[in-house]
Design a binder for this molecule. Sequence first.
Ligand SMILES: [Zn+2]
Ligand SMILES: [Zn+2]
Length: 389
Amino acid sequence: MLSLNLIGSMPQAILTIGMLLVAISGCTSQRMELSTYTPSPTSTPKPSTTSKDVPTKASTATPIPAEESQAVNGSPGTPIPASGRDRQATATQPASQPFTIDSTLCNDGQGPDCTKLRLGDDYLTTSGPAKGYLYSCIGKNPNAPGSIESKITWIDFAHKTWNFLKKLWLPRGTFSPAAGIYSETTTGEKRQITVNNLPVDGKIGDWPMTNYVALTEIDPNPGIPTVRNLSFSYFADPSEAISPSCVSLGAIGVTKNGVVIFNASDARGEDAVAREIVDEFGGHPAMSEYHYHFIPERLDSEYLEDGHSGIVGYINDGFPIYGYKGIGGIEMSNGDLDLCHGHKHGTSGYHYHATLEFPYTIGCYMGNEVSSSPGRGAPPRRQPPRNRP
Ligand SMILES: [Zn+2]
Ligand SMILES: [Zn+2]
């Protein structure tokens, strides 16, 4: 079943398929493609003409040299494009900015301990579904670039935990892409969801992150989110498979905020939420494709009668994903959920839940029919890996 359809004219559709192939093949190859793909007019980043109130940003007088980006990424690679580093510096920057965020979920006395979240690096498996694991279709790729481990201050590598409240996030700023779109209609047995992959609530950070030296030296992601018109077609009444299936890279679902969900791993097969810097609203771009690796807690805003979270999005097997709260409004941990990070209770059908514990969204697909998007499945291996968001 083809579920991820493309909207628009043929040339745009072809371009979008190409971009999707890139996206689905994972973060690594996306950044690799920077020098080879030609963006459509709608995806061309607009040059900044305003200076911004940000600390220690890169100056136009000192662009990041290609060699530096290569060294940072650990292999010869594509230089960071000019659009990602040509913003003007300003002299009115605050001396420092904490770049941390607060979290209601972390302070509710329920669910996992935000100061000692289990680092998910060792919880990716390709051998079969397992509780608390991401059952990935693709194994680890330690040679893929990622955040610079030695620069990450919020992960305790000795104890393999990370601190949500010490993690750094890209703040809001002047970046202002198009308004987000989400439409959902159910016709017959299908649920059709159309988005432009920008947040409906307009909450997005100040991309590109290359303007923030303190952040880009940890995570050199040059991406800038742009409009991506996507349409998803899911069974409105999905059924459970005899055995769960593995999860690929790329979009694994979509939130009601109009932004796609990627699984919990980065290009290396490590914990993307722990390691990668996203904006304070929970997303970051893979080249131009904005996405979440976990459910930003503000999206968990509607509740059922007993305090159980409402639906925050749909997964590619058609089952819904709900927010962080289970029966009685209690925040959930992996221990409350099954192999695929879901459950059934009362009259509700099968559904997944968000947690602040790896794998954050789903561990595997429980549904019978997993929608395939163009190019989904075994992604083409592009070597050597150079860049990744
Ligand atoms: Zn990502
Ligand atoms: Zn539930």
